[in-house]
Design a protein around this ligand. Sequence first.
Ligand code: ATP
Ligand code: MG
Length: 382
Amino acid sequence: MNEDLEDVDIKRIAELLHTNEQRITGLFKRRTLHRTPAGHLILDRSVSQIEGGTAIFPWEKYEVVWGFPKIHRAMMLQPALLSHFTTERVAVEEKMNGYNTRVATINNRIVALTRGGHICPYTTEKAESLLPEKIFTDHPEWVLCGEMVGPDNPYVPKETYGIESLQFFLFDIREKKTGKPLTIRERRENAEKYGMQTTKLFGIYPLGVACKKIKEIIQMLGTSGREGVVIKDPEMQDPPLKYTSSQSNCNDLKYAFTYYHDYARSFFYSRVMREAFQSVEWKEGPAEIEARSAQLGENILKPMIQSIKKVQSGERLVENVKIRVKSIQTAEKFKKHLRTLGIDATFNKPVKIKDEYLIEIQKINQRTTDKTESILHGHTHS
Ligand code: ATP
Ligand code: MG
C-alpha cells in the first residue's frame, strides 16, 4: 500500500475532483497524485478534466484549490485570434513576467501556492502582507491568482517594472473548487473595491482590429523590456491566449543559454519558432530580418560563451537571487522548500534592513557546470 494513501479519504477526494475512487487510487499508484512534505496532496500534471497543480488539503474539512490552466500561445497572431475566439471583442492585458501565485485561505490561514501546487513559505509571508485580509473573510470561496513581480524574487527576478521589492498583480479571481473565473469586469471591480493592484488593461477591442492594436502594444512593451500580452474573452468563457515581444523571447533565450544544460531543448526550439513566425507575420524586410537574426544569435551564443569561460576559470555557474523576509523562520522554511523542489542553493547571512532581512541566495546550476567541465576536459558530444 502506498503510504500517501494512508489516512486520506479517497472517496472525499474523488468527490472533490468530480471523478471516481478507482481513478484516484490509480493516480496515487502512479504518483501523479502525491503528498508533499507540507502534508497536502498535489497533482503533478493535467489528467483529463483535472488541471495539473491542483492541490488538495486533507485537513479537517477537505478542500481543493484547482490548478491554474495552461495558456496557449498565439504563434501567428491574426489567424490564431480569429480561429480561437468566439466573441466579438477581446480584452488585451499586460502579461507580467514574474511567477504565478494562487492565494487562498485553508482552515482560516492564507496559503500561497506555486504553479505546481506547492505551498511556498516565502510567497505566503508576502501574500499575508501584500493582500487585504478582508477579501478572504468576505469570500472564502475565492482563489486570487496573480503574478509576483519584482527584484526580491527567488524564481524570476526582474528589475523591469520599477518595483522596489515584490508586488502581487491580480490577473484572475477563480472559484477554489472548480477553477471557474470571474469576468474581467467583476475581477477589476473587486480589485478596486479591496484596493489591490491588477494587471494593466490596454483596452477591449473588436476582434477585427485587435491584431493591429496588439502589434503596436507589443512593440511598445518590447522597447522597455516588458514581456507581452494575454488576450482574453471579457466574459472569460473562451480560454485566453498569450503573445510576447521579441525582446522578451530573446531575454528568455539569454537566460536559458547561460544554463544551457539545465534547460530542456523544447524551451529553445519554441522560442526560435516564435521569432520566425513573428517576422513573417509582420512582413519584415531584409534589414529587419538581419537585425532580428543578429539579436537572436547574440542572445544564444554570447551567454553560452560567457558560461564556458566562467567554468574554464574555475567558477561554478550560479544564479543570484534574493528574498526579503520579516521572519528568519520564513527563510528557513523557504530553504527546505527549495530542497523539496530539488533546487540546490546556498543562503548568505541575512542582512537586517529596517524591520526586514535581505538574504542573497545562490542557486547552483550543477548540470551545466558539470557538462561544461567535462567538455573542457575533452569529453566528446554524441
Ligand atoms: P503556461 O502553462 O500558462 O503556458 P508558462 O510557465 O509557460 O505557463 P508563461 O509563458 O509565463 O507561462 O504564460 C502564462 C503565465 O503568465 C500565467 O500562468 C501567469 O502566471 C502569467 N501572467 C502574467 N500576466 C498575466 C495576465 N495578465 N493574465 C494571465 N496570466 C498572466
Ligand atoms: Mg511567466
